[in-house]
Design a protein. Sequence first.
Length: 77
Amino acid sequence: MNIDVPLVFTSKGNLPLSELEYRSGWADENGAPAALKADPAAVVFWEEHWHQGELVKRSAHALMREGSAATGDISGF
């Protein structure tokens, strides 16, 4: 067994990286390419691995442009 072959864990088990097609891209919260919207609230980076025309792994990472308010209301005490 050759232990120097990089493997990727997929829905089809561990597959050699050399057998997979890699695709990636960016989208805003509406699914449109991020470059088409001036200031999206969230931007998503996605990456996919395809094996013989079938999607076998997908990852997505979101970046929120605006934070949420974390203020407390103590007036009820």
